[in-house]
Design a protein around this ligand. Structure first.
Ligand SMILES: Nc1ncnc2c1ncn2[C@@H]1O[C@H](COP(=O)(O)OP(=O)(O)O)[C@@H](O)[C@H]1O
Ligand SMILES: [Mg+2]
Length: 358
């Protein structure tokens, strides 16, 4: 298996915007890395640059230590799966899965038959070789597309929103299934999605993209709990974001004037008085306050519960303060539940807040 290295990659389409703007990424052999970001941020362009379907305007691509920047796609030995799986409709499942090996040449019929059977076993669709794609469900077709990509033993698997056209339940099943297969094969994988939940649940690391740049690259837990920018905090998971300017820095804490409130946060980045910053607090870091335990004075918000929804193991509340600010709070289900319309007070420790760049 092989790692992938992107160095100083930029891509400008002719007469168009800079789709990818000077990105670097080192992907280890066997690693599952997700490129995640809103539509148009440059994910597909980056993936196609790795595959060789786009030539970067600047920078180099290495696969398995070899410089493939100028190599055509068929010399890169990558397997790709797209959103619209694009199985060949007139070919059987067996013929679809065998396609890459047939195209490469150099395999006997026995080798191809054995490999196809092995791949159908891997994606848990043994015995479907004689069927045509239209005799399979959407989820099954996507598994066959994966089997087809893996059959020629590629060095890397490149997946562009492969689950986007599946309904939610099937998509969640396929997330688990795809991850299982990837780990079983141990193949280096680059996965593209605009779905932050999918990126968090599947990846060893995610690269959060915005306007052609990587805003942050790291394991899911780090990106969620320690966002470095306002964009990342907002795009990955739900965040309460307080924009304001620094009024005080002291002993590792920062005070930020947000107009309606003054927020205290641990100083997770260097700031000076007067700087524009954002303070981020995840919803599950808040607590409800009862009237008896109120000697706390930092980051306290009083308002009305305007919305409540049960998420299964937790409950989400939206609370609107008198100043018109909405605070989102998530608490474990069955604990201190509150009703819509109720006046409540919530607070979050400064230690559970982060200062991020705006
Ligand atoms: N072939 C192309 N020619 C010109 N512009 C393109 C082409 N493909 C993509 N773009 C532009 O490049 C930017 C990034 O696109 P893309 O990589 O497809 O983003 P994503 O996959 O994140 O949605 C967008 O502004 C898009 O319009
Ligand atoms: Mg895309």
């Amino acid at each position: 298996m092989s790692g992938i290295s992107l160095q100083d990659i930029s891509k400008r389409y002719s007469g168009s915007v800079l789709a990818v703007d000077d990105i670097d990424l080192e992907i280890e052999s066997g690693e599952f890395v997700t490129l995640v970001g809103p539509s148009g941020c440059g994910k597909t362009t980056t993936l196609r640059t790795i595959a060789g379907f786009e030539k970067p305007t600047a920078g180099t691509v290495h696969i398995g230590g070899k410089d493939v920047t100028d190599a055509p796609p068929y010399e890169r030995n990558t397997g790709m799966v797209f959103q619209d799986f694009a199985l060949f409709p007139h070919l059987t499942v067996h013929e679809n899965v065998a396609y890459g090996m047939e195209a490469d040449g150099g395999y006997t019929d026995e080798e191809i038959d054995a490999r196809v059977a092995e791949m159908l076993e891997l994606v848990e669709l043994p015995g479907t070789g004689d069927r045509k794609p239209d005799q399979l469900s959407g989820g099954q077709q996507q598994r066959i597309a994966l089997a087809r990509a893996l059959a020629p033993k590629p060095d890397a698997l490149l997946l562009d929103e492969p689950l986007a056209s599946l309904d939610k339940k099937l998509r969640e099943q396929m997330q688990v299934e795809l991850r299982r297969i990837q780990q079983e094969v141990g193949i280096t994988t680059v996965f593209v999605t605009h779905n932050q939940e999918e990126a968090l649940t599947m990846s060893d690391r995610l690269a959060v993209m915005n306007e052609g740049k990587f805003e942050q690259v790291g394991p899911p837990g780090d990106v969620y709990n320690e966002p470095e920018t306002r964009f990342v905090a907002d795009f990955i998971g739900t965040a309460n974001i307080f924009d304001g300017d620094v009024t005080q820095t002291e002993d590792g804490y920062v005070s930020v004037d947000c107009g309606d409130v003054e927020v205290e946060s641990t100083a997770t980045r260097e700031t000076a008085v007067g700087d524009d910053v954002s303070v981020v607090a995840r919803p599950e870091r808040f607590n409800f306050q009862s009237s008896t335990d109120d000697d706390r004075d930092e980051n306290v918000f009083t308002g009305e519960v305007t919305f409540r929804r049960h998420l299964g193991s937790s409950v989400e509340y939206r609370i609107e303060t008198a100043e018109g600010r909405e605070v989102v709070v998530v608490r474990p289900s069955g604990l201190d539940e509150h009703e819509p319309g109720e006046q409540v007070t919530v607070s979050v420790d400064a230690d559970n807040c982060r200062v991020v760049s705006t």
